[in-house]
Design a protein around this ligand. Structure first.
Ligand code: ATP
Ligand code: MG
Length: 140
């Protein structure tokens, strides 16, 4: 079933010049990019995005990191793309990520882990709506 997910190339990856590398991997995986833009989130905007984590000990730090520089936000579309993108990204902790995954190859710590991907249809819907309106998503 065709599905959409929100992908973010995080500030660490943008800073290291990895935008092209990340987009190449998404395209090679067969994911269609249906929306894309660059954003520099404010601290408040990062807090809103990661609101599900507000009770977590890493909340303050991760929202500071996500607002530390520009990110590239994208909507990717493909069959079963939520799970497939999570697989392509690898585990949150790059030390536990499988060989060949994005995080295994490019992450430098558990927080600065290069990419974000939605983890379920409900979170994807919230996250896509957080950054894009209907007119910004290209048609089928
Ligand atoms: P994301 O939501 O960014 O795709 P994820 O779903 O793999 O990552 P989450 O548990 O949702 O992981 O955590 C959100 C983000 O918070 C992580 O990607 C990472 O940047 C940061 N984070 C998670 N756990 C820790 C931790 N223990 N210490 C520091 N930062 C963390
Ligand atoms: Mg997550």
């Amino acid at each position: 079933m065709k599905e959409r997910t929100l992908s973010i190339i995080k500030p660490d990856a943008v800073g290291k010049g990895l935008i092209g590398e990340m987009i190449k991997r998404f395209e090679q995986a067969g994911f269609k990019i249906v929306a894309m833009k660059m954003v520099h989130m404010s601290k408040k905007e990062a807090e809103g995005f990661y609101a599900v984590h507000k009770e977590r000990p890493f909340f303050e730090s991760v929202t500071r990191f996500m607002s530390s520089g520009p990110s590239v936000v994208m909507v990717l579309e493909a069959d079963n793309v939520i799970a497939r993108n999570r697989e392509l990204m690898g585990a949150t902790n790059y030390k536990e990520a499988a060989e060949g995954t994005i995080r295994r190859e490019f992450a430098t710590d558990i927080e600065k882990n290069v990419v974000h991907g939605s983890d379920a249809p409900e979170t994807a819907a919230f996250e896509i709506g957080y950054f894009f309106n209907a007119l910004e998503l290209v048609g089928v």
